[in-house]
Design a protein around this ligand. Sequence first.
Ligand code: AKG
Ligand code: FE2
Length: 272
Amino acid sequence: MPLRRLKSPTAEAIAATLGEDGALIVEDVLDSARLMDVQDQMAPLIEATHHGRDNFSGLQTRRTGGLMARSSAVRELVMDNTMLGAARAFLSPWTEKILLHLTQVISIGPGQPAQIIHRDRLAWGGYLPRDIEPQFNTIWALTDFTEENGATRVVPGSHRWPDEQRAEADEFDRATMTAGSVLIYSGSVLHSGGANQTDETRIGINLTYCLGWLRQEENQYLSCPPEVAKDLDPELQALLGYTSSGPALGYYTDPYGHPSIKQPESALKSPG
Ligand SMILES: O=C(O)CCC(=O)C(=O)O
Ligand SMILES: [Fe+2]
């Protein structure tokens, strides 16, 4: 089954296609001015990033996180109305609120072999029942994605396969797309980064969302600490996790705060 390619779809159309196929491409989301803005902000951050230290992260691949604290342009991508609406619609059967799971530029350099085929939901181990879909993923292409430079390998339909089913070669498609287009895939679909057999770097930004009651892949409280988060859009603060989820999750007492009720003298005295 080939990846479906949509142009200017509604959030509902994205969520519906993702439910059916497990992955799709939305073409030409960013115009050249917005694309350049994101590329310009990412270039120095990528430059300062070390290569991966194992085969899964990629010895010729750079992974650059912490983007909410460091890039106004990427904050806009995370808050994109259509993508955020699609993420909320897609995950709504299992949660009331969603969280920002990961922000990461993936720069696949020359000579990088293909990544092992996987499902991103394995971040939570095998504990989540398969009928719960935990994750909505995007990869925003900052360079063209080609078969030669490492376009993501995807097995459409495999989000419904049992764990042990292996994909045959003719069941893969490649997320070839022009810079400014977006690959969308669920946490349950089989996929991997492709091999880069060129002398250019393939660059995409992986922005992913998860159910509000799961632990996020990227520790957003460390990546975007309170002194930075306090100036961000309240909706983005909530996506980062600076909010409560459900009746109890996110409970918090400010340990450095000033209690409005004065402590009794006796409580302040040191023992002895
Ligand atoms: O870079 C890509 O195309 C996909 C990478 C990926 O699937 C991952 O790192 O989990
Ligand atoms: Fe992945």
